[in-house]
Design a protein around this ligand. Sequence first.
Ligand code: SF4
Length: 755
Amino acid sequence: MAYDIDMIKKVYSQMAERVNTAREVVGKPLTLSEKILYSHLWEGNTTKGFTRGKDYVEFAPDRIACQDATAQMALLQFMQAGKKNVAVPTTVHCDHLIQAKLGAQFDLPSAKKSSDEVFDFLESVSNKYGIGFWKPGAGIIHQVVLENYAFPGGMMIGTDSHTVNAGGLGMVAIGVGGADAVDVMAGMAWELKFPKLIGVKLTGKLSGWTAPKDVILKVAGILTVKGGTGAIIEYFGEGAESMSATGKGTICNMGAEVGATTSTFGYDESMARYLRATNRADVAEAADAVKEHLTGDAEVYANPEQYFDQVIEINLSELKPHLNGPFTPDLATPISEMGQKAKEHDWPINVDWGLIGSCTNSSYEDLTRAASIARQAVEKKVKAKSDFGINPGSETIRFTAERDGLLQIFEDLDATIFTNACGPCIGQWDRSDRKDEEKNTIVHSFNRNFSKRADGNPNTHAFVGSPEMVAAIAISGRLDFDPTTDTLLNEDGEYVKLEEPTGLELPPKGFDVEDPGYLAPTEDGASVEVKVSTTSERLQLLEPFTPWDGENLMGAKLLIKAFGKCTTDHISMAGPWLRFRGHLDNISNNMLIGAVNAFNKKTNFVKNQITGEYDGVPNVQRAYKAAGVPTVVVGDHNYGEGSSREHAAMEPRHLGVKVVLVKSFARIHETNLKKQGMLGITFANESDYDLIQEDDTFNFTDLENFAPDRQLTIEIVHADGSNHTIKANHTYNQPQIEWYKEGSALNLIKKHNAA
Ligand code: SF4
């Protein structure tokens, strides 16, 4: 479980020199993000400044974290790299594969039974390769990382898009695909386009019903789900310093919802307090010694417009509590306007469930603030109108919250305490109160609320809020309830008002836990056997993808023209499919089944151009593959937004899709396509999307000359014989073109290892 204090001290010992060199080379004061980036260059001290949003740069991350769903494929890939141990400290966390149904005491044993072969695989492969293993029930990856491993000024990558949560402790922590993690595990550099920088200046101080969650709900409303793409969001100002480290974590966590590369805050007293409270006084001490390098230069924050690409200012004293949703996390509505807006849009007013927890909001402070509302309901004799579900973020949080009587307060309102795991946040929720596709409303303190995300029902309207607001709304049972003004009728027939929430930043008696759920790897894993059954339906050893033949791609058929939003959930759905994350062929049966076909507006219903018949996307693609016909997927803006899962790139690759041609990509997905040896390109002229017809054939006539900064030419042949020639852009640099040539990045790693 031990964090690596020697590694942290090494990072800090290099920091002054690297930051000072970078400042000199760049010739201007530095933001915190730049300090962390420049002090983690693969090459060490920098010799040149990098252009934001343009230059690809190689970095040396300090840590890697993987969750159970993505770790399976990442570690299956790592096993192929032929290494003895992982090259940087790595942990695996079992949190995504545990379904929420009856409560932790039933759900955890049931998950252990149903996913035992996966947990056993992850435990044995971790043990073999020197990876720390967090057992099922130990907690959600990002909460466990914040409690144990995150440190100010560090750089981490994780195979989960909410890895960014560690920005709450001043890290640059970035969600990546498994393939990127495999590179770093294998001792290679990790490449990222040098991000743009968005500065968010926080003035004033939060008070009353307004919580750190409302900061990011507001930012999401301003930036939208695309506004942070390719950028690090750096928060600063007196308002930032007034918030707890875990509150900062909440804000950074949901930076993923605006597409940001990551978010971070400068080191301050709140972080030192959190480090000490989580038994890491030595890290706080080491950070104190280099603290001028763990925050942006004073000149940067005094004149942010000169140093950031975009600046947003939020006065926390004036910020109102919000609810964001439904169906998208950037639809921000101040709670005072929700009643009117819900009426206008016909959103169901009655709230069925209030869910508190997830990696976004399950700190001690969150639970105490929500509990302060729940306690009032009990004391004022108000019965909760909605069901309550709580997902503690870790066993440490759960144990401490139980010891301090917080969980009992929720149980007094008949709440179900689910396992310390993701549960409803990732669709792992066996919800018994609503079946089929009934229209209904839930509120939660999670981060994502895409259609079907929590319970698989496309008509569940999910709204995101702070834990205390979720508690108040769940108690009232109404979406239009504004606790700042409205009253509730209690069991004695009296109208009562909920007072403003109160909370404690950290447990006065300290954190405590009996069994945190950690297994350290053995010193020498050479004799540890990793078992994967050949008949398993959940795990499958990988075969390398075939290299490019160096020829132009001719006669490719359109598989699907995706209409509108196409997230990684649409490309590789979660929920019931999570069980196949370690079996590429089986999980490929969910490929693009959530994407809307632009020609009939249906999901999973596309034309097979060979037979003229319509069928599900995976079936049609398997038919093309069997016939040796290459295919193209066409998409809209921000294609692949959402999670970091590389399955969304591996599945089309495995089934024989050759090209994904879209208006624009979400960053992680674009990189994942490149890693898997796919051609991920964008329309040079966005309106060319409209030219694509259902029976189209594509000829890539100058692929042979594939080179950085060189457009590709595509001839589109329509069914009537007419055609259009269009141009496509791409962002492949030379090393990425090598991945394409070799068939995948992993093929290239293996080649280097063998050399
Ligand atoms: Fe788990 Fe939800 Fe956090 Fe993802 S966002 S790690 S699914 S709790």
